[in-house]
Design a protein around this ligand. Sequence first.
Ligand code: HDD
Length: 708
Amino acid sequence: MSKRRVDENRKNEQLEQFREDKEHEFVTTNQGVRADNVDISLKAGERGPTLLEDFQFRERLTHFDHERIPERIVHARGSGAHGFFQVYEPLAEYTSAKFLQDPDKKTPVFVRFSTVVGFRGSADTVRDVRGFATKFYTEEGNYDLVGNNIPVFFIQDAMKFPDLVHAIKPEQDNQIPQASAAHDTFWDFVAQHPENAHMIMWVLSDRALPRSYRMMQGFGVNTFRFVNAQGKGRFVKFHWRPMLGIHSLVWDETQKIAGKDPDFNRRDLWEAIEMGHYPEFEFGVQMIEEKDEFNFDFDILDPTKVWPEEDVPVKWIGKMTLNRNPDNFFAETEQVAFCPANVVPGIDFSNDPLLQGRLFSYLDTQMIRLGGPNFHEIPINRPLAPISNYQREGYHRMTINKGKGSYFPNTVADGLPRPASAEEGAYVHYTEKVDGRKIRARSEKFRDFFSQAKLFWNSMTEPEKMHIIKAFHFEVGKVKDPAIRQAVVDLFNNVDGDLAIEIAKGAGADAPKRKGGSPVTRKSRNLSQELSEHTRKDSIVSRKVAILAADGYSHQEVESLRKVLVGAGAQADVISKFRGMLKSSDGKEMEVDKNYEVATSVVYDAVYVPGGHESVDTLKMHGDAIHFINEAFRHCKPIGATAEGVDLLISSSIKEVNLAKDGTEIVSDKGVVTVRNPGSNGKFNKVFIEAIAQHRHWDREKKMEVPA
Ligand code: HDD
C-alpha cells in the first residue's frame, strides 16, 4: 500500500476497530449471555404478571429507554460525510500547520452540514443558515473548522448568543414555530440589535435556501491567525467553495419540499456519495498582515463584516473530497463533537469577541450532550495523533491507564509524559501583546452596522433583490405585533430607503417617515450568488431530470436525451400515472421510475416532455402532468419538449414564452427549450443541457405569474 493511501485511510482504519458487522448466530445480553427469547417476557403463568427477575427484559427496555441523547441546542439537524483534504502547495511561509505543507498528503476529514434553528427531526429545506463543520484528523491532532455557509454572524459578542437563540427558537409558551425565524420574538430581537442588519440581509437571500449541501460555500466567519515557524502571525478568514458552484432553491419550492421530502438535503448528500459524485470543495484563505490591521474602514475583528474579496483576495490553498457515507448515523454524525478551540500548531485565534466566547461554549455543551469529559474517546472524535496526559476517570472512560503515573511531575513513571517544546511539536500560543483596562465595551468601528448591509444589497442582481424583498414580506408579514413590524422597517431604512418602503408595503407597516439609507454605493461581485466567480454554470453533474411520458411516447427521443443526460452525470427519472412498463409508439418498452403520487416537480431540477401523439394526448388529461409543468415553470426550472411534447406546454399555464412552431428550429426562451421536428435530437439535447446547467431562469419571474 502506498504511503498516500495509508494517510487517507488512517481514520477509516481506526474506526474499523469499533465497527460491528459480523454475522453472529446468537442474540446475547450485554453481558454476553445467550438469550433464549426476544419476544415474550417472563411471566408468572401464561396470563400472569411479568417478573422483575427477567433481566433480559429489563436490560432490553432500560437500554431502549436511554437511546436518546440531548440534541444540539443549535444545529440539531445535520448530515455527515467522511473524506480527505489535500493542500495544493506548501504553505510554510504562512503557517507551520503540518497538514498544510505536503501536497502528497491526504488528511482524513469528517464534515457535518446542518441547519441551525430546527429540531433534530425538522425539515432540511427551511430558510436558515447552514452549518459547515469540518474535523481534520491531522498528524498533529484534530483541527476543527466550525463554520457556516454565510460569512457573517448576527451578533458581535458571544454574550448575546443565548438571547439570539432564545429569540429565534420556537416561542417559549407554545413551542411555535418549528425551524423558522418568521415570528415575533425573533424580529423583536432583530429590531433591537442593529448589528444584525448585515446578517439578516444574507439570511433573507437565496443563500439560506441551498439546493444542496454540495452547492454552497462555507466560511470560518471569525478572524483567526496563521502563524509560521518563525512566529510571524497574520490574520486570516477561511473559505470553502463548492466545485459544483453555488445554487439555491426558490422559497415556494422549499416549503413544498419540506412536506414532500423533509430529508431533501440529507438524501441528496447521501445519494451523491453512493453514486460516486463525490462532493468537492476548495479551501481558501484571506490574509491580512498585522501591520495592516487598522487599514480598513471596518474592524477586522468584527464578525458581522466580510473582508471584500476585491480588497483581500482569497488564496485557494487546497481541496476537500467527501467520498464515504457514515456507517452509523448516531455513532458518527450525532456523536461527532466540534469545537473552534480544537486547533493545531500554526493556527491561532484572534480577539474577535464572538470567537472568544465560542472557544468556551463548545466544550461546555459537549459535556452535557455527550455525558461527561471523555467524549474525545468516542471513535469519531478520537484524534489520529496519540493522546497521553494526566486526565483520568469520569463517565464512560475507555482508556485503561496502567501504572501509578497519574500526576506531573512524577518519578514513578520516569516523569513521563512531559510537556513538549515548540520544536518537538507543542502548541505554543501566539505571543500577542495585550494591554488594556477591564471594561465591557466594543471598539468604535464595530458601530458601523449598515455600510456592509448596504454593500450586500448593492451587490445583488434584480432577481436576488426581489427574493430578499419577498422574504421580508413572508418573515415580517408573519409577525403579529404591528410595533415590531414597524421597528423592522425603520431599522432597514438605515440600510436602504427603497428597501424599507418595499418591506413596509408587504409587511403591513408604514413607510419610513423620512427615507434614509447608508451612503455606500460600492458593490462586491462575489457577494452575489448569481454573479459570483465561484458560481459555476457549466455542469449538470448529479442534477435530476424528470421525463413525463405515457403509452405511445417517442422511444427514440427519450433514449437519445437520457443517454446524454446520464453521460453528463445527471439522473433521469421517467414519471407517469402508474408504475410498471410504458409502450412506445414503435412498440418498445420503458420502465416508469415513479408515479405522480411519489414524484413531484419540486424534487427535480428540470423537466422534459418527449413527443408521441398518444402519450401527449394522455398527459393532457393528467392534471398532475400539467401541474408538473406549471410548477417547474414557476420555480424557473429548465423545461424541454420535443415534437408533440410541445403541445403539453401549450396546454399548461405557460404563457408569454416563445415555443417552437414547426420545422427543425430550436427555440430557447427563458429556459424553455422546444423543437417540433427534433431529427436525431442531438442539437436539442445540447441546448437543453446548457439550460439545465444555468440552474434557474430568473428572467421568467419578472412578469409571468403561473398558478401552481
Ligand atoms: Fe456555534 C454548534 C457554527 C457562533 C455555540 N456552531 C455549531 C455548529 C456549527 C456552528 C456549524 C454545529 C457543529 C456540528 O455540526 O456539530 N456557531 C457557528 C458559527 C458561529 C457560531 C459559524 C459564528 C461565527 N456558536 C456561536 C456562538 C456560540 C455558539 C457565538 C456561543 C457562544 N455552537 C455553539 C454550541 C454548539 C454550536 C452551543 C451547539 C452544539 C455544539 O456546539 O456542538 O456550542
